[in-house]
Design a binder for this molecule. Structure first.
Ligand SMILES: NC(=O)c1ccc[n+]([C@@H]2O[C@H](COP(=O)([O-])OP(=O)(O)OC[C@H]3O[C@@H](n4cnc5c(N)ncnc54)[C@H](O)[C@@H]3O)[C@@H](O)[C@H]2O)c1
Ligand SMILES: O=C(O)CC[C@@H](O)C(=O)O
Length: 523
């Protein structure tokens, strides 16, 4: 049974993909009211539930956190990553609703609609107090031209506005295609009549509009924040509202929500909504449906596509990656068992067609498989990189479209404290994965099951002696391959069996004079 806790109000209709599937239990209850948090595999939230490290510690079985919305600033993504918990969001389900809400706020702001509404309801008729401005011909400055910024730009243009944009990641081609003017931040501040922010809240965007930058705006500017509280500094807003430099402000989001203590709400020129950007039936259905489908993919062992802390990959891309993923996991596990010593660095080299896949994913998968042999915690592609770095293990990825004899190959080299080892493998369509070289010895075997690696001197009788000892212990050899670098030098044997070998057999083999090293490997 896969258990899902839905902590914030999320559209039940949107949960349909999970409700219709078998062996999934969905509980809609706030985390604060649930006594047995440890039983859940998935947690669904909107912006209200704060997914802290402490909460994650109370949910040791948690595998996936689904944010039914865009911003993940209420989730400690770094901690989730360390714990191997996938974080997904619904990147575009609420884009239209938020763009429409922002536009409604802009229109309300310049026509004083909320203030006029209050006045009429107070039985007043003060027409001259609420003279507004047209949007037509004015310049809207959009900071952050992502999904919402782009939809907003379209709506502003339909109203005859000029649209100026600042977004450090925006290309000239894209701005021309959308029909907006690309500016640097100072130009936008100097020229725009209305400035609206649509970036995520990050270290760079926190306080982006502050005492200094608001000071560079046109006198009488209108400011809008329907993205995240804190992108516009609230103290600075109060200062510029007080001295009349800022004519009006529209806020859907606040530094602290609900905004019980902010002075901002005392200003007549400030209009506010309680974080309603995504609050439409359509958006809530979309976001819940999007994350439910993603969680279902995860339960089915398929690739999720909207993860915050995994490389994004379509199903199509994963089909190409899957054979190399299996090969990488086998090599990682083999080397970890083989090299029983601390490790300093891991290099993974992709050649030929293997270089065309999403290599970052496969590298993490290999590292996860390597670390799993050594650590008793949940390790997967989400946290493998972080955990390796924390343990001082460097990992290096090299990609080359050249091939050295195989149409695709993957070579992993591990530098340990005492020795260095390497394994090269390839994936053969319809045949599976093969290891083609171990520590420079050419060989050819399928990396699976109960294996035995033997390093020995290349003299007559070794194979017979190994066969005799195994036979004496009633061990049946399933497959056997040998490889050597030169006649009479060192050589290796790779054997596979139907059952694991126990220690007395390994000791008996080690006692043979011509045997240098014996290692049982379970894959
Ligand atoms: N009020 C609501 O209910 C509501 C609803 C949805 C989203 N949001 C907020 O809106 C934000 C934007 O959503 P989106 O879907 O458009 O995201 P998005 O990722 O599509 O767009 C964000 C844009 O910001 C730009 N950006 C990043 N750093 C920047 C910087 N320092 N200066 C200028 N631009 C920068 C990025 O290049 C990107 O184009 C979300 O992060 C979320 O916090 C709020
Ligand atoms: O869940 C909500 O209503 C808020 C959503 C919004 O802030 C988001 O980032 O998607």
């Amino acid at each position: 049974m896969f258990r899902v806790l839905v902590s914030d109000p999320i559209s039940r209709d949107g949960l349909e993909p999970l409700l219709e599937a078998e062996n999934i239990e969905i509980v809609q209850k706030n985390v604060a009211e649930e006594e047995n948090l440890a039983q859940y595999d998935a947690l669904f939230v909107r912006s209200a539930t704060k997914v802290t490290e402490q909460l994650m510690n109370q949910m040791p079985n948690l595998k996936i956190i689904a944010r039914a919305g865009v911003g993940v600033d209420n989730i400690d993504v770094d901690q989730a990553t360390r714990k191997g918990i996938i974080v997904i969001n619904a990147p575009d389900g609420n884009t239209i609703s938020t763009a429409e809400h922002t536009f409604a706020m802009i229109a309300s702001l310049v026509r004083h609609i909320p203030q006029a509404n209050m006045s009429v309801k107070n039985r007043e008729w003060k027409r001259s107090s609420f003279v507004g401005s047209e949007l037509h011909g004015k310049m809207l400055g959009i900071v952050g031209l992502g999904r919402i910024g782009t939809e907003l730009a379209r709506r502003a243009k339909a109203f005859g506005m000029r649209v100026a944009v600042f977004d450090p990641f925006l290309t000239k081609e894209r701005s021309e295609k959308i029909g907006v003017e690309k500016h640097d931040f100072e130009e936008l501040l100097n020229q725009a009549d209305i400035i609206t922010v649509h970036t995520p809240l990050t270290k760079e965007t926190k306080g982006l509009l502050n005492k200094e930058t608001i000071g560079k705006t046109k006198k009488g500017v209108y400011l809008v924040n329907c993205a995240r509280g804190g992108i516009i500094d609230e103290d600075a807003l109060c200062t510029y509202l007080e001295n009349g430099h800022v004519r009006g402000v529209a806020l859907d989001v606040f530094e602290v929500e609900p905004p019980e203590h902010t002075r901002l709400l005392e200003f007549e020129q400030v209009i506010a909504t309680p974080h309603l950007g995504a609050s439409t039936k359509e958006a809530q259905l979309n976001v819940a449906y999007q994350v439910s489908k993603e969680v279902l993919l995860f339960i089915q062992g398929k690739q999720v596509t909207t993860s915050i802390n995994l490389p994004a990959m379509s199903d199509e891309a994963y089909k190409k990656v899957a054979p190399y993923d299996t090969l990488a996991q086998k090599i990682g596990s083999f080397l970890s068992q083989y090299m029983n010593q601390p490790v300093q660095s891991i290099t993974i080299e992709y050649e030929g067609t293997a270089a065309e896949i999403e290599t970052a994913y496969v590298t993490k998968s290999m590292i996860a498989s390597f670390l799993k042999q050594r650590m008793d915690i949940n390790i997967n592609t989400v946290n493998a990189g972080v955990l390796a770095r924390e343990r001082g293990i460097q990992f290096i990825e090299k990609v080359s479209d050249q091939n050295s004899g195989y149409s695709n190959s993957m070579k992993v080299t591990i530098h340990g404290e005492q020795t260095t080892s390497e394994i090269k493998g390839t994936s053969i369509p319809h045949f599976g994965e093969r290891i083609v070289s171990v520590n420079g010895f050419s060989i050819d075997f399928h990396p699976s099951g109960h294996l035995l690696y033997i390093q020995h001197t290349d003299v007559p009788g070794v194979i017979g002696n190994v066969g005799r000892i195994l036979g004496n212990h009633s061990v049946n050899i399933a497959t056997m391959q040998v490889g050597r670098k030169e006649k009479g030098g060192e050589a290796i044997m790779m054997l596979s069996f139907d059952r694991p070998l126990d220690q007395p057999i390994l000791s008996a083999l080690t006692e043979l004079d011509e045997i240098v090293f014996v290692k049982a490997i379970e894959l």
